[in-house]
Design a protein. Structure first.
Length: 458
């Protein structure tokens, strides 16, 4: 028996490869089928099943391409309706995988079709559960994503989740291993641990939502409290996972295309394309194509793309570091941005040689930050971060709200912009630059160093 967690940090997402006696199953695969095909080829396995725990909101699953490549059957739990062929399993139904058995446990609450897969060994002994977004390490799935106006509230879903946990999961042996779909950093929960596996017994002892004496009413109240609005792209990713999408190969063939500077400029003008610059923030601030937006591939790339680019069909042109072109197209596709049209061949150096205009953003360190001069300070961290301590003159404008609230700022004023490290502030200044703000100073440093320049308010 082989169980391998394939963890993707950018999305805080865990996919799983399970095999026994030459047969394999993949649970919640990401968009590219290659990692799973490579594993199967190396082990001499045949991928027999692709199990989906639910309709994912935070990424586009790779089930369709993987099924096309392997002939594997796509399996969802009860109530999952799709526009493509799949198998809708019944609660309690079992699937054989070599010497192993995978049992379907319908666990609605995060969504109505949410399903946990229980793995039993050759002797029928429960060994692991693959819980999707039903149970995380330290948390449970948020119950507000599948609300239906006038029919189903987040409180209704939270109640279903309470029942699922106590009637299906908490009755299982304490020594089985919990394998969730996400860890800390995902927007699918509130209090997820950085650990990505645990025993069920330890979760019963430490997870606030699994307290033995917790009433249904207490659970509903705690699980629904403090939920932030879901990222804007979530609903579109759900739609794509239900309805289908372009093949991964087509997306890569369309997006991973080298464009000479004159071609790049022509496509940008013809298609009204967004120029997305994914280079390190230190490189971006020194020179970038005017009106381009920075979202660095070395940070929380995919979630911020989903948060800040509202139209998944937006034509996108890329500026990357050499060798990062295909990776960037793939990572865009993970959250449904399938309309990349190519990348700038030769990067900014080629653009300059072509005679293309470049812009820059004045950037300073915390040591250079002068609180006496910085009268207008924008702190683009989350409200919770700001409340934990901030510069006395700083205004909190979280990056996720910046685009909607730009009209509250005065483009004639000078603004010092900071976050927790410089990543989000660089995104913010690129957005403001593209909207006509020219008096910007980006503070790139650890927030502790910035706050140390003067007394703070909390």
């Amino acid at each position: 028996m082989v169980i391998e967690q394939i963890y993707t940090g950018c999305l805080a997402q865990g996919a799983y490869y399970i095999s026994s006696k030459g047969e394999a199953a993949v649970i919640d695969p990401l968009r590219s089928p290659k990692p799973y095909l490579d594993k199967a080829r190396a082990a001499g396995d045949t991928i027999k099943y692709i199990f989906e725990t639910h309709f994912h909101a935070d990424f586009v699953s790779g089930h369709l391409d993987l099924a096309r490549e392997t002939g594997a059957r796509i399996v969802y739990g009860p109530g999952a309706k799709t526009d493509y062929e799949k198998y809708e399993a019944k609660d309690g139904e079992e699937f054989r995988l070599g010497d192993l058995t995978i049992r379907v446990l319908h666990t609605p609450g995060h969504t109505l079709e949410s399903t946990t897969y229980l793995l039993l060994d050759a002797n029928g002994t429960p060994k692991a559960i693959f819980t999707g977004d039903t149970l995380f390490i330290g948390d449970v799935g948020r119950p507000d994503l599948a609300q239906k106006k006038g029919a189903l509230t987040k409180e209704d879903l939270a109640g279903l989740l309470y029942d699922s946990l106590r009637r299906k999961i908490m009755l299982l042996p304490d020594d089985i291993i919990v394998y969730p779909a996400h860890g800390a950093g995902s927007a699918c929960g509130k209090k997820m641990s950085r650990e990505t596996t645990d025993t069920l017994g330890n979760q019963k002892a430490t997870n606030y939502a699994l307290r033995a004496d917790m009433t249904r009413e207490e659970f509903v109240q705690e699980v629904t409290a403090g939920l932030l609005p879901p990222p804007a792209y979530f609903s579109e990713n759900v739609r794509m996972n239900k309805a289908g999408y372009d093949s991964f190969k087509d997306v890569m063939d369309r997006g991973a295309v080298a464009l000479a500077p004159e071609q790049f400029e022509e496509v940008a003008n013809r298609e009204m394309a967004l120029v997305l610059d994914v280079r390190p923030k230190e490189e971006f601030v020194k020179a970038f194509i005017p009106n381009s937006i920075f979202i660095g591939i070395d940070g929380g790339f995919a979630p911020w793309v989903g948060e800040l680019i509202p139209d998944l069909q937006q034509p996108i042109l890329l500026v990357t570091e050499p060798g990062k072109e295909a990776e960037t197209v793939e990572r865009l596709s993970r959250v449904g941005y399938d309309n990349a049209l190519g990348y700038l061949d030769g990067g900014i150096a080629a653009w300059r040689a072509y005679g293309g205009e470049v812009d820059a953003i004045p950037t300073i360190s915390a040591a250079e930050f002068d609180p006496e001069r910085a009268r207008n300070v924008l702190d683009v961290r989350k409200a919770s971060e700001y409340e934990g301590g901030h510069l006395s003159q700083a205004r909190n404008l979280p990056l996720s709200e910046l685009s909607a609230k730009t009209n509250q700022l005065d483009p004639k004023q000078e603004y010092h912009v900071h976050c927790g490290s410089g990543y989000r502030s660089t995104i913010a200044t690129s957005i403001l630059k593209s909207r006509g703000f020219d008096r910007l100073i980006n503070v790139q440093d650890k927030v502790a160093d910035i706050l140390a320049t003067e007394s703070v308010d909390a």
